[in-house]
Ligand binder design. Structure first.
Ligand code: FAD
Length: 383
């Protein structure tokens, strides 16, 4: 590819896809971004799926490279440590750094996605096709089929990049063609969002911390939002006697939280309604190999390596992927058949390492952060 570059198809206008479109456009590529959903900037957020993210230096580094860090951080809330909520007694703060000045940033996933989408669409050469769900892909020719409100639509690109998340259809197509192997390891834990609204117009909890309620077999975390609410995420087994399914009535929900999370009910007036109506999300680790086929179809972000959220690094890693792929393209003089394998070579071991660390951190967060060792002041780096 020299002179006029061929159009690159990016499937999925989520966090990785939008950032990737920005980086590719900067390299001079025309980019077609295909997204199965309608434009999120005009729609409403799905109930219980607002999810705020902890954005750390890995992710910020990528945003800095396209000049978007300042804008994104303006809407972020720095969290300088963990606030551990015991069943009885006062919450205890554990700083993320000895100096107390290092922080991870709480940011709305939706707002971050919209900022990236705005940045991508502002660049010449990027076009976005919403309501386009990829349902077919020929990895040899780059021919794609999308389901749209107007019926099936066909398109072709010289390179197709799957940034379509943990349930990636691009990965599914490579699997169907026998071009990769995958393993999906689901936890028997799920997650549910609950909300702590502002109290008297202010934050109901300290907004400078990531709040954790470690309870051994279950765990809840809460991150602050710019509107002074907190989004809580409760992690609990999906089945069994102590699980999401075990609380069948408003009285049972109230009893459970009063016993295990006693400081929550006074701060969460919609607790029962949230609990009953917000969905339970699944949690799992996706591994696959190779991450590319024929030098013209590639995977990145959750599509290549979704991880459980306990290290707060899935989106940060997806952003790092984009930076690394851009670097590989530069080093390979934009020869995709060389850049895509090089990208996998450099990123796969890192992705595997964070996948394992994220699983290990679940044990630490739900259990060990409440141990005397941590309470004695041991400093920890991330979530
Ligand atoms: P996604 O964000 O899933 O985007 C994929 C996009 O592709 C979506 O827009 C989707 O609609 C689209 N799409 C899907 N299928 C198709 C198709 N067939 N055709 C066209 N488009 C399609 N990460 C962090 O860094 N920090 C955190 O604190 C953090 N907390 C988390 C908490 C929870 C509860 C969860 C579940 C995850 C958390 N993560 C966190 C992980 C983070 O959300 C993901 O790693 C990140 O969203 C991955 O980005 P992505 O662009 O690869 O995939």
């Amino acid at each position: 590819m020299t002179g006029e570059r061929d159009e690159i198809a990016v499937v999925g206008a989520g966090l990785a896809g939008c950032l990737l479109a920005c980086f590719l456009a900067r390299r001079g590529y025309p980019v077609a971004l295909y997204e199965r959903r309608p434009d999120p900037r005009t729609g409403t957020v799905e109930r219980g799926r607002s999810i705020n993210l902890a954005l750390s230096e890995r992710g910020l580094d990528a945003l800095r490279r396209i000049g978007l860090d300042g804008q994104v951080l303006a809407d972020a809330l720095p969290m300088r440590g963990r606030m551990i909520h015991p069943v009885a007694g006062e919450p205890q703060f554990q700083s993320y750094s000895a100096s107390g000045d290092r922080a991870i940033n709480s940011i709305s996933r939706g707002a971050l996605n919209n900022a990236l989408l705005d940045a991508a669409t502002a660049l010449p050469g990027v076009r976005v096709a919403f309501d386009h769900r990829l349902v077919g892909l020929d990895p040899a020719t780059g021919e794609m089929t999308f389901e749209t409100p107007r019926g099936k639509v066909a398109a072709t690109a010289s390179v197709v990049l799957g940034a379509d998340g943990a349930g990636s259809a691009v990965r599914g197509q490579l699997l169907a063609y026998g071009l990769l192997t995958e393993s999906l390891d689901f936890l028997d834990y799920g997650y549910k969002e609950l909300t702590i609204p502002p109290l008297g117009g202010d934050f109901a909890l300290d907004p400078d911390a990531l709040h954790i309620w470690p309870r051994g077999t279950s765990m809840m975390i809460a991150l602050p939002n710019p509107d002074r609410s907190f989004t809580c995420t409760l992690f609990w087994p999906t089945h069994g006697t102590a699980s999401f399914a075990s609380l069948g009535s408003p009285a049972a929900i109230e009893r459970h939280f009063a016993e295990h999370y006693p400081d929550l009910p006074p701060l969460a007036p919609n607790l029962v309604d949230d609990y009953q109506h917000n969905p339970v999300g699944v949690l799992g680790t996706v591994r696959c190999t190779p991450w590319q086929a024929n030098g013209r179809v590639g995977l990145l972000g959750d599509a290549a390596h979704a991880i459980v959220p306990f290290y707060g690094q899935g989106a940060n890693c997806a952003f790092e992927d984009v930076v690394e792929l851009d670097r590989c393209l530069a080093e390979c003089a934009d020869d995709w058949s060389a850049a895509l394998p090089l990208f996998q070579e450099r990123r796969q071991a890192n992705a595997e390492a964070i996948a394992r660390m994220a699983l290990a951190n679940f044990v630490e967060m739900r259990d060990k952060v409440a141990s005397p060792l941590f309470q004695a002041g041991r400093k920890v780096e991330h979530a």
